[in-house]
Design a protein around this ligand. Structure first.
Ligand code: FES
Length: 325
């Protein structure tokens, strides 16, 4: 941990706050597009109420929530032009970045690319128009529709009648040095990452979050994986869940440590199940792990993201994994 003692203390407290469940109330619900709905929440004191996934949530209902986690956040130390690229609901973290960047008033140039099937699938159009007006020429918006409606007008409602990809971005951006932020389905994010690397954008300039149980596979300029780690175990490994006094046996090809814990009747916290959010972070008491799809950001030493980790091969044979679960 770097910085002063008080900064380190503040970061530890922030991590602790992120793990707590808070009770907030649903203030209003807005339909942003055909598939996307926004929930506006307000903190409240009172008795916590559990939220069952799939439950319908009327306005006024209390909801248990956690503070945002993960590493897909704006780099405030950079003053390079910003390129935000989202597909479908991938616009949601990007619009938060956009609001934040414009509110900072730093005069940074911003290009927003958004892809969807149709005009009716594009969310936040009213807010984006307002932000663009407020940005005073700093924000340009480029939409790509793969199946535009007959009444949608190219040049007015959208720029490209195609799926969004590297070709549309190359055709739009003037030659410059940019920071890229990508969010969307795994194949979209991976294709875009590879396209940017092909035109020599450094790995460190590409920030990305992919949906689903698959994270971005990164590589360095000489095509090496960016993470050096021990290989996955090639033989069965005992796994002990210390807090619940349970044990299990992991076998090669047998899924993640989260799946193993669930198969033993445990219910660890999780959210994305893809290495993006940090919700499943668990203390690694002993042993080593391997990430087949490395997470967006590795947890600190002594912790493991169990949703995307499996036991690693020890140099001297089988080494048990002990988790504080
Ligand atoms: S990192 Fe999101 S559940 Fe594991």
């Amino acid at each position: 941990m770097t910085g002063t003692w008080s900064e380190a203390q503040e970061r530890l407290q922030q991590r602790e706050r992120q793990r707590q469940w808070l009770t907030w109330r649903v203030l209003r619900v807005e339909q942003e597009s055909r598939d996307i709905r926004s929930f506006y929440l307000q903190p409240e004191e009172g008795t916590p109420v559990a939220f069952a996934p799939g439950q319908h949530i009327p306005v006024g209902d209390p909801l248990q929530v956690r503070l945002p986690m993960g590493s897909f956040t704006l780099d405030h130390t950079s003053d390079r032009p910003l390129v935000l690229v989202g597909a479908g609901v991938g616009i949601t973290p990007l619009i938060a970045m956009l609001r934040e960047q414009l509110a900072l008033g730093l005069g940074r140039r911003i290009y927003l690319f958004h892809g969807s099937r149709t005009l009716a699938d594009l969310p936040f159009q009213h807010e984006l128009a307002e932000l663009q007006q407020h940005a005073g020429g700093l924000l340009s918006i480029h939409r790509a529709l793969s199946l535009p409606e007959s009444q949608a007008v190219q040049g007015r409602d959208y720029a490209f009648a195609s799926r969004l990809g590297i070709e549309q971005i190359k055709a739009t951006l003037p030659l410059d040095d940019y920071d890229f932020y990508l969010c969307g389905p795994a194949s979209f994010t991976q294709d875009l990452y590879e396209g940017l690397r092909t035109v020599h954008v450094p790995d460190a300039r590409i920030h990305a979050e992919a949906f689903g149980p698959s994270t971005l596979r990164r590589h360095t300029d000489d095509n090496q994986p960016t993470l050096q780690q021990p290989p996955p175990a090639s033989e069965p490994v005992p796994v002990y869940f210390a807090s619940s006094a349970k044990e299990a046996r992991w076998a090669p090809g047998g899924g993640t440590l989260l799946e193993l814990a669930e198969s033993r009747g445990l219910s660890p916290d999780f959210s994305c199940r893809g290495g993006s959010c940090g919700t499943c972070k668990t203390k690694l008491v002993s042993g080593q792990v391997h990430y087949p799809n490395p997470p967006a950001e590795l947890p600190e030493a002594g912790s493991v993201l169990i949703c995307c980790a499996v036991p690693a091969q020890a140099e001297d044979g089988v080494q048990a994994v002990v988790l504080e679960l």
